[in-house]
Structures are given as structure tokens and as C-alpha cells.
Design a protein around this ligand. Structure first.
Ligand code: KG4
Ligand code: ZN
Length: 385
């Protein structure tokens, strides 16, 4: 079958604040990867505004897809299939990508493939490894998907090219990226907070402020499964956010935060240096200590899960996987434990459509196509079929 041999997939991703399209050959070769970020649009609000996101996706989707095809030297006719994110994500935002993908697939008479965004993040790791020539992933694989909307641990398996996933840990409240973003907002730093906290942490003492390691607080006594292995690997990040708030209040950092907001608002494109110059040492220490606590918790729980499931390989993916300290810590600790750890490159860590096209490839191989009446699923979970 010609389709199966070439496997050129146009991927479309619009689940949150990035309008993205990419062309990937056979799940292993990125021919193009276009990401139109809406960060500047949402920045004044300190977070993603769903209505604005949908409107911006509508404006961007056609030029972004055209550019992805042009960059890949492909045409609408030359691709083998169209893949699109079905969920999880913002309903209105998802619908823009889905409606456009459906229209394209229908008009071109090409197969349409629905992809779970979280599976996309996992396949970003595989895509990265295949691109660098690594074809042999050792199983069992534990995958940490850590982003603005998710902090999930999965046990991932592959049988005859088909991947299946078992969720073995999840966040009870805030996702890790959300905690980075909320703490950054609280401290008067820009949106999204993760990349800035990553860069500013370098200038602070990570041992200066002691935060309790994030705990799962409200265990349901009637929940018969509460002692199960799986709950040991759950995360909770709302407590650390409150602890940062408390620190801000007890250390009287409010005035400095207001001054920072004022100074930054006068700069059209503030740089890390601009932010750094508005932070005193106490704030830089607070930022570094917050990041250290987050990294230690993510690494500790992922390694506990890896030990418990005797994982040979750990995947770390999603926007927060771009974090420098997180990568360093995973590399150091996994090497001590003899576990292979793989990350996507930074551009494949954050939301993109190449990961959606890559995750669609095994589905193209087995002709697992979406019905034309499928719709967005904002709360879509990733499970085995
Ligand atoms: O995967 P992603 O692009 O979108 C979601 O699916 O959520 O992740 C975005 C999240 C944001 O919360 C952002 O602050 C965080 O990833 N992030 C980082 C870094 N780069 C992005 N967090 C920590 N360090 C970074 N370098
Ligand atoms: Zn994502």
C-alpha cells in the first residue's frame, strides 16, 4: 500500500495557545514543524484566555498549515493522511484544528487520524530518538508527561507497533507547569513563567528557602484503593504555591513585586536581564528554591515509579521537560540507577504538531482512522484500547 510505505502525515495541533502544523515522514523524519505561539496575546492576562485562543487559532490555522506544507516541499495532494489533536485541551481551541483537519481530509479524500495530545508528547520522545538513529527502546518504559495542563506518569508498552498506556500517577490539583506559571505571576514575572523561572534560578541559592516536599494531603479514608501502588506516584502542587504566597507575605515582598510589575510594563520586550535587575537576592533565592523543590519532587516520584515497575527506560516530556535543572537532575539520578532517560529536544518538548503527526503514524499503519463525525474531547484521557 503506497500510503503505508511513505507515511507522510500532516499533523495539526490547536489544544491550547499554540497553532501548530507539521509534516512528518514515517513517524521518524520531521520535514517541517511550524508553531505559531500566542504567548504575546495572552501575556497581559497572565494566562491563556480561552476565547482569545480560539479566535487566534482561526486566524492562524490556514497560513500555519500552508507554511508547514511549503517548508516540507509537500502539497495538499502529496500527503498521505491528516492527523489532529482530539483532546485534552480547550474545547473551542481544539474545535478549530479539528474542523479544519476534517475539511481538509474530506476535500482531499485522505484518511483522518485523531490523536490524544498526551500520546503526542510521548511520541515526541520517540520521534527524537528515531531522528538520532536510536531504534531500540528498552521496555518497560515509564513516561512522565509534565506540562502546563498535565503531570502524569504512564507505563507505556508497544506490541506490533501499537502503543498502549497505563496511567500510574497524576496530579491531584495543579499541574507542575501551572505551578511554575502561577508562582511567576504571583512574583510579577511574565507569562509563561516556566522558562523565566528556569533562567532566573541560576542566580539564586536553591537551598535558601526550605519548602516542605509537596505532599498529597486529603487522602480519602473510604477509598479502598488508597494504599495502592499507583497513588504513591500522584503529585500535588497547590501547597507549594500557597507556601510561596505565605513567604511573599511574611518577607514583605509585595512592594518589590509591584515595583517590578511597573518597571516591566514600561519595557516593550523585557529580557531575562530586565527581570533579573528588578529582583533582589531574596526573590532570586525564592525562585531557585521553588524550582529545586519542584524538580526534586518530579524526579523522586518518577524514579520511585520506575523502580516499582522495574523500568529500563524513562521518558520525560511536555513543556516542563524543557527545564534545565530538571533535565540535569534526571540525567544524574537515572545514570546512578542504571535507567536510560530520554527527552525530546526543547522545541519538541513544548506543544507542537510534529509530535501529533508522529503519534499518528502507528495508527496509519493499522488504518485506525477517525470517523468524520468525531468531536473535540476537552477531558480526553490516555488509556489502553
Ligand atoms: O506542553 P506545553 O507547551 O503545553 C501544555 O500542554 O500545557 O507546556 C507549557 C508549560 C507552561 O506551564 C510553561 O511554563 C512550562 O510548560 N515550561 C517550562 C519551561 N518551558 C516551558 N517550565 C519550566 N521550565 C521551562 N524551561
Ligand atoms: Zn502539551
Amino acid at each position: 500500500m503506497e500510503t503505508a510505505n511513505s507515511g507522510i502525515i500532516l499533523g495539526i495541533e490547536s489544544s491550547c495557545d499554540e497553532t501548530a502544523a507539521a509534516v512528518v515522514r514515517a513517524g521518524k523524519e520531521v520535514l517541517s514543524n511550524v508553531v505559531f505561539s500566542q504567548i504575546a496575546l495572552h501575556q497581559p492576562y497572565g494566562g491563556v484566555v480561552p476565547e482569545l485562543a480560539s479566535r487566534e487559532h482561526l486566524r492562524a490555522i490556514v497560513p500555519v498549515v500552508r507554511k508547514a506544507l511549503a517548508d516540507a516541499r509537500q502539497t495538499y495532494e502529496s500527503i498521505d493522511a491528516v492527523a489532529v489533536t482530539q483532546g485534552p485541551g480547550l474545547a473551542g481551541a481544539l474545535l478549530v484544528g479539528i474542523s479544519y483537519a476534517k475539511a481538509l481530509a474530506f476535500a482531499l479524500d485522505k484518511p483522518l487520524i485523531a490523536v490524544n495530545h498526551l500520546e503526542g508528547h510521548i511520541h515526541a520522545v520517540l520521534l527524537e530518538e528515531r531522528q538520532s538513529g536510536n531504534r531500540s527502546v528498552k521496555f518497560p518504559v515509564v513516561a512522565l508527561v509534565v506540562s502546563g495542563g498535565h503531570t502524569h506518569l504512564y507505563l507505556a508498552e508497544e506490541r506490533e507497533g501499537i502503543w498502549s498506556y497505563r496511567n500510574i500517577g497524576r496530579t491531584r490539583d495543579d499541574a507542575a507547569g501551572e505551578a511554575f506559571d502561577k508562582v511567576a505571576k504571583l512574583l510579577g514575572l511574565g507569562y509563561p513563567g516556566g522558562p523565566l523561572i528556569d533562567k532566573l534560578s541560576r542566580f539564586g541559592d536553591a537551598k535558601a528557602v526550605k519548602f516542605a516536599s509537596p505532599q498529597i494531603k486529603h487522602r480519602d479514608r473510604n477509598d479502598k484503593t488508597s494504599a495502592s501502588n499507583e497513588q504513591r506516584f500522584d503529585f500535588s502542587y497547590s501547597g507549594i504555591k500557597t507556601a510561596v504566597l505565605r513567604y511573599v507575605e511574611t518577607e514583605n515582598l509585595r512592594t518589590e513585586i509591584e515595583r517590578r510589575k511597573d518597571e516591566i510594563s514600561r519595557i516593550s520586550k523585557p529580557t531575562v536581564d530586565d527581570y533579573q535587575s528588578t529582583c533582589d537576592q531574596r526573590t532570586l533565592d525564592l525562585i531557585a528554591s521553588f524550582q529545586r523543590t519542584m524538580v526534586e519532587d518530579l524526579v523522586r516520584k518518577s524514579l520511585e515509579a520506575s523502580r516499582s515497575y522495574e523500568a529500563a527506560t524513562l521518558f520525560v516530556t511536555g513543556g516542563v521537560a524543557a527545564n534545565n535543572e530538571l533535565r540535569r537532575s534526571f540525567e544524574e539520578n537515572c545514570s546512578k540507577e542504571g535507567i536510560q532517560v530520554y527527552f525530546p529536544s526543547r522545541s519538541l518538548s513544548t506543544d507542537n504538531a510534529a509530535m501529533i503527526a508522529a503519534a499518528a503514524h502507528p495508527k496509519l499503519m493499522v488504518e485506525d482512522f477517525a470517523a468524520m463525525d468525531f468531536s473535540a474531547e476537552p477531558g480526553l484521557v490516555l488509556t489502553s484500547r
